[in-house]
Design a protein around this ligand. Sequence first.
Ligand SMILES: Nc1ncnc2c1ncn2[C@@H]1O[C@H](COP(=O)(O)OP(=O)(O)O)[C@@H](O)[C@H]1O
Ligand SMILES: [Mg+2]
Length: 257
Amino acid sequence: MSNQLLRVSGLSAGTEDKPILHDVSLAVGAGETHVLMGPNGAGKSTLGHVIMGDPAYQVSSGTIEFDGKDVTEDAADKRSLAGIFLSYQAPVEVPGVPLYSYLRTITQKRPELKMTARKFRARVGEIADQLDMGSSFLTRELNVGFSGGEKKKIEMLQLLLLRPKLAILDETDSGLDVDALSVVSRGIETYRADCDGALLVITHNTRILERLKVDRTHVMVQGHLVAEGPASLIDSIDEHGFEQFEKASAVAGGERA
Ligand SMILES: Nc1ncnc2c1ncn2[C@@H]1O[C@H](COP(=O)(O)OP(=O)(O)O)[C@@H](O)[C@H]1O
Ligand SMILES: [Mg+2]
């Protein structure tokens, strides 16, 4: 398959003094839904951040191609404009910036999302309704004092407003109560239906996946992708955990050493 939206090839990356990802390759086609699973500390979030271009990490080898272009050296904001979106496991708080102004600023940078203030207000209101968000959300400072669930709703709002080609959702479901979880699921479904965007969902929680049609599942252990398979791989992980893959990873690590 040459026509992939995202193609990660032989990627090794880490912080200045710590290699984290080792020879990672994966490809996501336009409109596909992929899931990345793995035990704590495997490197899942790091992979998301490296694909997004987080300067905290350095790529030591390999490439990241997006929409037919090599973006390995591009800054995060350039990748964002190209259509990559990352929802952070722990969203940052930005005191002094009301959510509404923040959303207006990020959309104004995108020619394809140019709209009048009035249209923008209507669009934000429409999405906020879809996500069961009260209007008081919009005048509050970005993420300051928001609960974990509320922060995730704001990320879903950004997702639906920005309509990226690829959304990487990092543990978007962790620590959410049942109501918030259902809002997030609805946000993801709306994104899939309205934007026909691709998804890379990083999760521990298979419940969020029940309502998604998953095309491909990837398993990461100790910075290596150790398995890839169809949606049914999730059921096998549900049943047997990651132990089966941890053994495979020890073998792979041994071979490399
Ligand atoms: N910025 C960083 N500085 C130092 N170590 C990091 C950094 N980011 C991740 N790590 C380390 O890399 C490993 C993988 O972390 P992470 O990608 O967060 O795993 P996961 O998301 O799979 O739980 C962990 O050992 C973590 O401590
Ligand atoms: Mg993580």
